[in-house]
Design a protein around this ligand. Structure first.
Ligand SMILES: Cc1cc2nc3c(=O)[nH]c(=O)nc-3n(C[C@H](O)[C@H](O)[C@H](O)COP(=O)(O)O)c2cc1C
Length: 335
């Protein structure tokens, strides 16, 4: 098939499968479940846009928004793979249109690999895990696979050993969390994006996904980093926290710190989270300390990281899952 015949074949695929592709993309993780993405389905391409109205005030440069959109881009690519085609992605295709983040066209036909099939199956049960993990090690070989995922997307997954490096990180994260939890702007934002059990909202972090009290076991000893406090002493959270901690702590890095790097970090994040979820391994995610530039610089410096830290993760085995809601595809269309 030449380029023209591929483009002709693409039009009905995109029109017929637009809802499926958008719904698959929209299962991506996003900061505070803001889902800051929009899609425009054209004759030969699906375009991904960011939705500035959903950007956090504590994310003025849009780093977390673009990581979230990058994660959605990986979901879109995986959806296209599941239709039997290779996606062709142009990142930031038009410098004059800042909101346009990617253009994805339908490439050559190629069946899914076994791993892609497993990742697709994991889309509905992948979730951000904030409660206890099972007392079990990660499956053999998985970490190397996740590191490969990150590299394949232009990022890297740097493992933090359990000794001094972890203690340094735990101390910085605790200190940053204590400070940011008192910041009135951060608290207002958290209230805006956290939901009580009675809420019917299809965005924001629901009560079943966070504990009523910030985990007091977090820190150096427990092996668990201090989590964001979504509850803010309101008694909304329904998640129990007691139990064993995670197995592995890691930092997702990119070589630079540009908008393209953030989009790559998001694609790497979603790819490795789906790969992990296909083996019932899930992650707690921590970005609170990375929201303050000086603390981000301290983390990079004290851990001697060979790149810009984009996400802190802790991975562990879990046997339960509870997905959070998403807005339906027709609410995500860019006019
Ligand atoms: C850029 C980014 C930053 C995030 N930061 C945090 C965080 O600091 N703490 C946390 O508990 N979850 C964090 N998350 C996870 C989101 O809250 C989660 O993806 C969202 O609520 C949707 O839930 P799900 O991942 O279970 O589908 C982050 C996710 C992304 C993509």
């Amino acid at each position: 098939m030449n380029d023209k015949s591929i483009a002709r074949a693409a039009a009905p695929i995109l029109a017929d499968q637009a809802s499926y592709l958008i719904a698959t993309a929209a299962r991506a993780p996003s900061v505070h479940n803001t889902q800051p993405w929009r899609f425009r389905v054209g004759q030969s391409a699906i375009e991904l846009y960011c939705d500035q109205h959903r950007k956090l005030r504590l994310d003025p440069i849009g780093r977390e928004m673009l990581i979230s959109c990058g994660a959605a881009l990986f979901g879109l690519r995986l959806g296209m793979r599941s239709l039997g085609y290779l996606p062709v992605v142009e990142l930031l295709p038009d410098p004059a249109r800042l909101r346009l983040l990617a253009r994805v066209t339908v490439g050559a036909a190629e069946p899914m690999t076994v791993l892609e099939r497993e990742m697709l199956k994991a889309v509905p049960h992948r979730h951000t895990h904030r409660s206890a993990f099972a007392p079990a090690p990660l499956p053999a070989g998985l970490l190397a696979g996740l590191q490969h995922d990150a590299l394949a997307e232009g990022a890297s997954l740097h493992l933090v050993d359990r000794g001094i490096a972890y203690q340094r990180l735990a101390d910085i994260v605790s200190m940053a969390g204590r400070r940011l939890d008192l910041d009135p702007r951060a608290r207002a934002e958290m209230r805006r994006w956290s939901r009580s059990w009675a809420s019917r909202a299809r965005d924001g972090v629901p009560a079943h996904a966070f504990p009523a009290m910030a985990d007091r076991r977090s820190g150096r000893q427990s092996g668990r980093l201090r989590q964001r406090d979504f509850d803010l002493s309101r008694g909304l959270g329904l998640l129990p926290t007691d139990g064993p901690g995670p197995t592995v702590t890691a930092v997702l890095l990119t070589p630079g710190d540009s908008r393209a790097d953030w989009l790559r970090a998001g694609q790497a994040l979603h790819r490795l989270l789906l790969h992990a979820a296909s083996r019932w391994v899930f992650a707690s995610l921590y970005t609170q300390p990375l929201e303050a530039a000086p603390i981000r610089a301290v983390i990079r410096d004290r851990l001697a990281l060979p790149g810009a830290p984009q996400m802190l993760l802790q991975l562990g085995v879990a046997h339960t899952t509870h997905a959070t809601a998403r807005r339906p595809p027709d609410e995500l269309i860019e006019p």
